[in-house]
Design a binder for this molecule. Sequence first.
Ligand SMILES: CC(=O)N[C@H]1[C@@H](OP(=O)(O)OP(=O)(O)OC[C@H]2O[C@@H](n3ccc(=O)[nH]c3=O)[C@H](O)[C@@H]2O)O[C@H](CO)[C@@H](O)[C@@H]1O
Ligand SMILES: C=C(OP(=O)(O)O)C(=O)O
Length: 437
Amino acid sequence: MNAFEIRGGRALAGSIKPQGAKNEALQVLCAALLTDQPVTFHNVPDILDVNLLIELLADVGVRVERPKPNTVILQATTIDTDFFSGPVFKKKSGKLRGAVMLAGPMLARFRKAQIPQPGGDKIGRRRLDTHIRGFEKLGVKFHYNTEESLFDLNAETLKGNYMLMDEPSVTGTANILMAASMADGVTTIYNAACEPYVQQLCHMLNRMGAKISGIGSNLLVVEGVTQLKGCEHTMLADMIEVGSFIGLAAMTQSELLIQNTDIAHLGIIPETFQRLGVQLEVRGDDIFVPAQEQYQIQKFIDGSILTIYDHPWPGFTPDLLSIILVMATQAKGTVLVHQKMFESRLFFVDKLIEMGAQIVLCDPHRAVVIGLNRQVPLRGINMVSPDIRAGVALLIAALSAQGKSIIQNISQIDRGYERIDERLNALGADIRRISVS
Ligand SMILES: CC(=O)N[C@H]1[C@@H](OP(=O)(O)OP(=O)(O)OC[C@H]2O[C@@H](n3ccc(=O)[nH]c3=O)[C@H](O)[C@@H]2O)O[C@H](CO)[C@@H](O)[C@@H]1O
Ligand SMILES: C=C(OP(=O)(O)O)C(=O)O
């Protein structure tokens, strides 16, 4: 098993460019199944989850071309629909979350799909009800095989409908949008997710010939069309990487220039880091973070302790709360981190406590962090990465810590961060990829 060996306590310096967005890539690559024409993708992150999805697409018969790094051309001329009920699909799609979004396009084009138990982070219950209820509204019938945790979906035709989703599920909205884009008539999706990932999918579908309006809002109207065509699509910068680099710079007292951040699509992210006292300077499309000896957590207007919590877009993404939490450990002041969406995403704080951080885990959703204001550095330890974002939070902690740390199970990090060790070493970090038994 691969691990990172990190020698911490060094300030980093230089420029870094975020990769293309993981969660956007997983949506838009699935959309290539909607047409038999070629679709060209640029700025595709070279990460485990995305490569696994591309491998799955190749398995079902999609022609895959990689003319240069980070560019992928997909053409779904002939699809082996039986592959979806076989063991290989079940095994591979069980390794990532994004494969659930193959169902929407399969229903649109072939009127049938299977969804085995999806993979992705083990961060609490992650139900698929929103996807399935949305498909039902379009006329899809489903059978759930409890023994195999497998959804079997079939439809004679897909008919546009009105639906009010019970929650703004990100992958659920993407799935329903793709199915609705080729349904008969008009579909209205209220309480839709409106993350930049979903906006980008909508723009891409429209370039393919779909008719979607309301993009960026929680009310999407989709006028079904009979056919979609090929197009070109460029992934936005990964906003979670941008946030991770801001957190890294603050925690390690590094001066970093984060380049090409697609700042217009970062929403409340920069401001949330500023609330923890981090200085940021927006320079065109770049974010400059100066080396900061100290950063002080703000309070609410009435003087009470700040809470940072997740909320569907345009609120703060749950995927950056682990980074916020780790950064707060060396801030001046106190913050309550409230992870509302997922119930098992905060348990990694045990490792931070072992490193010397002052954190009270109140319950599975809430942790109070009492910043050390750099009076006491964290200590390097051996740890295991429980999920992708906690993994990077622990990496940031290790880079700031005195001494050596080992992080095991780094495939969790490689799922979503492209060559993170090489890219951070280029800034002066000391991260080695080692094998541990
Ligand atoms: C591949 C991909 O794109 N993964 C992202 C996607 O996962 P995914 O699409 O699986 O996440 P969902 O948006 O469906 O929901 C995430 C969790 O939050 C809960 N929930 C959701 C909305 C809400 O208003 N209240 C609520 O409690 C859901 O029940 C679920 O447990 O969106 C999540 C939420 O931003 C991110 O963490 C994941 O990185
Ligand atoms: C939770 C995440 O990923 P996934 O949904 O792919 O597990 C994430 O990207 O933070």
